[in-house]
Design a protein. Structure first.
Lengths: 266, 348
């Protein structure tokens, strides 16, 4: 179980400040959604959490130790990342791609062990893509590929799973399938999950805690009911919405309020 | 497990065909020597064997002093170029990244030309400044092309090819300039010319003694990067998520590829397309896993250049055509075929 702390973290790309005084504490076993408009710093925050970007100021602690002190390998043994998409230029099979998740555990000239193969098979099983193992990755559909990447991340046996808008290119059925899977891993195995999310309603349904970012600052942090209010959404996204209750679960359900042209059509 | 056994079998077969092509290529030339005789000669060098000599002493001299060094030189060139091709392709995630096409070879050649030009004679075991200068030229070019081709954290195929072509042309122009203004090079115009077209110029064991450890060592070191090269198929960021220290690996892999290219260029000049054709054929037949791709390409590349060099020496005998012409005649159509087949990827 791995927790994550951001202490007064600042980060900027060459062209300007991107994250400003981020102070966050995410406990082991939490399932946290990052929300915010494009360019609000969600992806940057995830890249800092995975250690591939270093903060300009402040400190990020993974399970108590400063992430800048850890080697890539030891981070990869604890933290796995599922990005929006991967393009793989060579014709690897699905099984081979999932085996890539074992990279941080393999020694240079050694072969993968029986245990590694078992982990890969379990990951394929868990994500429900066992039957795709021999298929070529580049011939799969977008939804199938995203599941393969999730299985690869799970083959790392991570304690913390970071997802960067994992469902953004998928249809609604695949979006829900991926989120159900991740939710199941969170409740069933205590996997800590942080995911940047685009769809506010899906975020409201599947996450216990939401963090709303605006222009590189934490704007709101709390339960979906605390974060997804009409005032905060219209302020952060500059969109006019009405917040209702989900008929089944009671969590906030956001209804987009159209402007002139769409109303007239009625 | 069955797949693993199959791959080991394929590697053994490739090893056997490399050795078979060594002997086959030794048999042909101005004087034909029968294969059984060559085998007996070779076995006699191993202490326990003592076959009665059914050949003339001159034939033994031809085999051991002329043919074998040349044929082994060809094998080393092919092994080095094919391995360098795999390294560049894996790192750049670009199946077209052959040392010849991305300009590494031209850089090595320019380095070598400058070294030939300098009135310095640091001859050491048949080599002087040339391989060192070739290595520096290769390394400088690969970093130049890589940085020119890089767009937003990626090296797209199209910009890689463009940067490679332009840098290669620039290197070739500088070389031509140096040749036309230097008496020293013009005196050796024929050797400069065959250097540019690719010609295995091994004249004795001294060169092999220097190049072989470099190439074999390079191939062994390359194998250590197999898992990381597989992870790099996901891109630099994806590989970093899997625990690869990308910046460190990148420098080591580019340096290793440049070293192998320079080793090949220093005894053969510019032999093109080996690093493209061989790894591709292996990937198409057995998949892209670098644990298998690296050794299989090295063995296949060795056999490919031995046979190409055999053709170069024999098809128009007594005229010897540069081996680079043979590899280009085989390789260029293959390259165009690949470009057509993957045209979706570089649509712009």
């Amino acid at each position: 179980m791995v927790g994550l702390q951001f202490r007064q973290v600042y980060f900027s790309y060459l062209d300007g400040l991107v994250l400003h005084n981020i102070d966050l504490s995410i406990k082991a076993g939490e399932m946290v959604g990052l929300l915010g408009p494009n360019g609000s710093g969600k992806t940057t925050l995830l890249k800092l959490a995975s250690g591939i970007l270093k903060p300009a100021q402040g400190e990020i602690k993974l399970d108590g130790s400063s992430i800048s002190q850890l080697s890539r390998k030891s981070i990869a043994r604890n933290v796995a990342v599922v990005p929006q998409q991967f393009h793989i230029p060579f014709a690897f099979t699905t099984g081979e791609v999932v085996m890539l998740g074992r990279t941080p555990f393999l020694r240079a000239l050694a072969e993968e062990s029986e245990a590694d193969r078992r982990v890969v098979n379990d990951a394929l099983e868990l994500v429900g893509i066992r039957e795709l193992a021999q298929r070529r990755f580049d011939e799969l559909s977008g939804g199938e590929r995203q599941k393969v990447i999730l299985a690869m991340a799970l083959a790392q046996q991570p304690k913390l799973l970071l997802l960067d808008e994992p469902t953004v290119h998928l249809d609604i059925a695949h979006q829900m399938e991926i989120l159900e899977l991740v939710r199941g891993l969170n409740t069933g195995r205590g996997l800590t999950v942080i995911a940047a999310m685009h769809d506010l309603n899906l975020a409201s349904l599947y996450f216990d805690r939401l963090i709303l970012l605006k222009e590189g600052r934490v704007w709101a942090d709390g339960t979906p009911a605390q974060v997804l209010t009409e005032a905060q959404i219209s302020e952060v996204f500059s969109a006019s919405v009405r917040v209702e209750q989900h008929p089944l679960t009671g969590v906030p359900h956001i209804v987009v309020m159209p402007k002139g042209s769409a109303i007239k059509r009625q | 497990m069955r797949r693993r056994k199959k791959l080991i079998l394929v590697l053994s077969l490739l090893g056997v065909s490399l050795i078979a092509s060594l002997f086959l290529a030794s048999a042909f030339g101005a004087v034909s020597i029968s294969l059984p005789d060559i085998l007996r000669m070779a076995l006699n060098k191993v202490a326990v064997f003592d076959f009665p000599s059914t050949w003339r002493a001159a034939e033994e001299t031809i085999i051991f002093q002329i043919r074998l060094p040349r044929v082994i030189g060809g094998a080393l060139v092919g092994m080095a170029l094919a391995t360098a091709g795999v390294l560049f392709q894996g790192l750049l995630r670009n199946p077209m990244a052959d040392p010849y096409i991305i300009g590494t070879s031209a850089g090595a050649a320019l380095g070598a030309t400058i070294a030939m030009l300098l009135p310095i004679n640091l001859a050491f075991l048949g080599f002087g400044l040339v391989p060192v200068a070739a290595f520096c030229g290769a390394l400088a070019t690969v970093f130049l092309v890589y940085n020119l081709a890089r767009v937003g954290g990626k090296t797209p195929i199209i910009s890689m090819l463009l940067a490679g072509v332009v840098v290669s042309s620039l290197m070739a122009a500088i070389m031509a300039l140096l040749i036309s203004i230097s008496d020293r090079l013009q005196l050796n115009l024929h050797s400069v010319y065959s250097f540019l077209l690719g010609h295995i110029s091994v004249t004795g064991w001294e060169q092999i003694a220097v190049i072989a450890p470099l190439v074999i060592g390079g191939i062994i070191v390359a194998r250590f990067f197999a898992f990381h090269l597989n992870a790099l198929s996901l891109g630099e960021e994806g590989a970093a998520y899997l625990g690869v220290e990308v910046e460190r690996d990148k420098i080591l892999i580019l340096a290793l590829g440049s070293l192998l290219t320079a080793a090949a260029v220093s005894i053969s000049g510019l032999v093109g397309f080996v690093g493209l054709v061989v790894p591709h054929a292996v990937r198409l037949s057995f998949g892209p896993d670098h644990r298998f791709l690296l050794p299989a390409s090295a063995l296949g590349g060795g056999a490919f250049v031995i046979i190409a060099d055999l053709l170069a020496r024999t098809i128009m005998a007594p005229i010897e055509i540069p081996v680079g012409i043979i590899t280009a005649i085989i390789g260029a159509p293959f390259f165009l075929y690949l470009l057509r087949r993957t045209r979706k990827e570089y649509a712009f």
